[in-house]
Design a protein around this ligand. Structure first.
Ligand code: SAM
Length: 329
C-alpha cells in the first residue's frame, strides 16, 4: 500500500490530458482562453501510459482522466483503451463537460468504464450560455441521456456561484427525483486563470446545505465513503443522491488519497500546491521505471498536511491565477 508522510493512503490519480477546452466557463478560464501549452510541453500518450503503469504498480487503484476537456485531445479513446488494459486492481473513470462525449459513450462502456463525472452548472440554456460562453446546453443534456441509457454511474458536478446559478440549486436537487444520478454542488475555488476576478467564497458548503434543507426538511444524511470529498444526502423516495463538496473550505484533507498530474507532467500532491515533481522531464532525461518510482516515493513523503499548508507553501501564495484546466480539475 502506498502511504504518505501523514499516514494517508494514496490510491487515486487524476490525470489531466490537455489544458485545452471547448467551453469557456468564467470560473475556470478567461473568455479568450489560456496560453495553451505547445505539443512538446504536453506529456505524450506513451509517457502517460508509462506513468500510469508505474503508478498502478506502486498502488494507485483509480485513475481519472480529466483536463481541460479530455475529448478535445486527439485520439483520447486510444489512450483510454491502453490505460484500461493495464494489469492490476484499478478503476478508470473520466470527467467531461459532455460537449463531444455522446458519440463515445458506448465505446467508454465497452472499455469497462462504469462511472463518468459530467460538469453541468445549470438546467437553463440561457444561464448555461452565460456561464460557459458557449451554446452547448442541448448537446450536454443529450450526453446525460446517453450516459444514463448506457447505465453509467453519473455524477453531475455543479459549481455554485453567487448571482449566477444559485436559482439552479433546487431544480438540480429535483433532478434526483427521477434520475439515478448524484448531483454534487461544489464550492467555487479561485482557479479561474485570472487572479483579479475571484471575489471570495459566497456559498460555502453549509450555506448550500441550508438552502436545500429549507425546501427539503426531510433530507437524509448518507454515510460517506472513507475517501469521499462530498458530504452525501438523499431526499427520501428520490432515486438519486446529492453531494456537497467543500472544495474551498477544505474539510476533507485528513483522508486525502489523491494526487494530480497536470498536462505537462507536473505531479501535484494537492490542488493548492505548486507542483512537486515533473514526471515528463525525468522521463525525457532518461530515468528508468525504478528511478521514477523512487522520485515519486520521495515526493509522496513530502505531502502537505492539508490544502491550507499547501497554499501557504506556494511561491505565489496570495496570487493564485492558475486555471483548473491546467491543474487537472
Ligand atoms: N472539462 C472537463 C469538465 O468540464 O468536466 C474536465 C476538467 S474541469 C476543469 C473539471 C471540473 O473542475 C469541472 O467540474 C469544473 O466545474 C471544475 N472547476 C473548474 N474551475 C473551478 C473553480 N474555479 N472552482 C470549482 N470548480 C471548478
Amino acid at each position: 500500500m502506498l502511504v504518505d508522510n501523514h499516514g494517508r493512503k494514496i490510491s487515486y490519480m487524476r490525470l489531466a490530458v490537455t489544458d485545452r477546452c471547448n467551453l469557456r466557463c468564467f470560473y475556470c478560464m478567461p473568455e479568450d482562453g489560456l496560453d495553451w501549452l505547445s505539443r512538446a510541453e504536453l506529456m505524450n500518450y506513451e509517457e502517460m501510459l508509462r506513468m500510469c503503469r508505474v503508478m498502478v504498480r506502486m498502488g494507485i487503484e483509480k485513475i481519472r482522466i480529466t483536463g481541460g476537456e479530455p475529448f478535445v485531445r486527439k485520439d483520447i479513446m486510444q489512450l483510454l483503451s491502453s490505460i484500461s488494459r493495464i494489469d492490476g486492481p484499478k478503476e478508470l473513470t473520466i470527467t467531461t463537460n459532455g460537449v463531444l462525449t455522446a458519440p463515445y459513450v458506448a465505446e467508454l462502456k465497452a472499455l469497462g468504464i462504469r462511472s463518468v463525472n459530467l460538469s453541468l452548472d445549470t438546467l437553463d440554456a440561457a444561464r448555461f450560455f452565460s456561464i460557459t460562453r458557449r451554446d452547448e446546453f442541448a448537446v450536454v443534456m443529450n450526453t446525460l441521456d446517453e450516459l444514463l441509457r448506457h447505465d453509467f454511474d453519473v455524477k453531475i458536478n455543479a459549481v455554485v456561484m453567487d448571482g449566477k446559478n444559485t436559482q439552479d440549486i433546487l431544480p438540480m436537487v429535483e433532478l434526483t427525483k427521477d434520475l439515478p444520478v448524484s448531483v454534487r454542488f461544489i464550492e467555487e475555488m479561485p482557479f479561474n486563470g485570472d487572479s483579479h476576478n475571484y471575489t471570495g467564497l459566497q456559498w460555502n458548503h453549509l450555506r448550500i446545505l441550508h438552502e436545500i434543507e429549507n425546501s427539503y426538511p426531510t433530507i437524509k444524511k448518507l454515510s460517506d465513503d472513507l475517501y469521499s470529498t462530498s458530504y452525501n444526502y438523499q431526499i427520501p423516495g428520490y432515486k438519486g443522491t446529492i453531494g456537497i463538496i467543500a472544495a474551498y473550505s477544505r474539510t476533507f484533507c485528513g483522508s486525502c488519497n489523491r494526487i494530480r498530474v497536470t498536462p505537462q507532467g507536473t505531479l501535484k500532491n494537492c490542488l493548492y500546491d505548486n507542483g512537486a515533481l515533473n514526471i515528463k522531464d525525468i522521463m525525457r532525461a532518461g530515468a528508468s521505471d525504478e528511478q521514477i518510482k523512487q522520485e515519486l516515493l520521495n515526493t509522496f513523503n513530502h505531502r502537505p498536511v492539508d490544502g491550507r499548508e499547501a497554499e501557504r507553501l506556494r511561491h505565489e501564495q496570495a496570487n493564485i491565477h492558475e486555471s483548473m484546466a491546467t491543474i487537472g480539475g
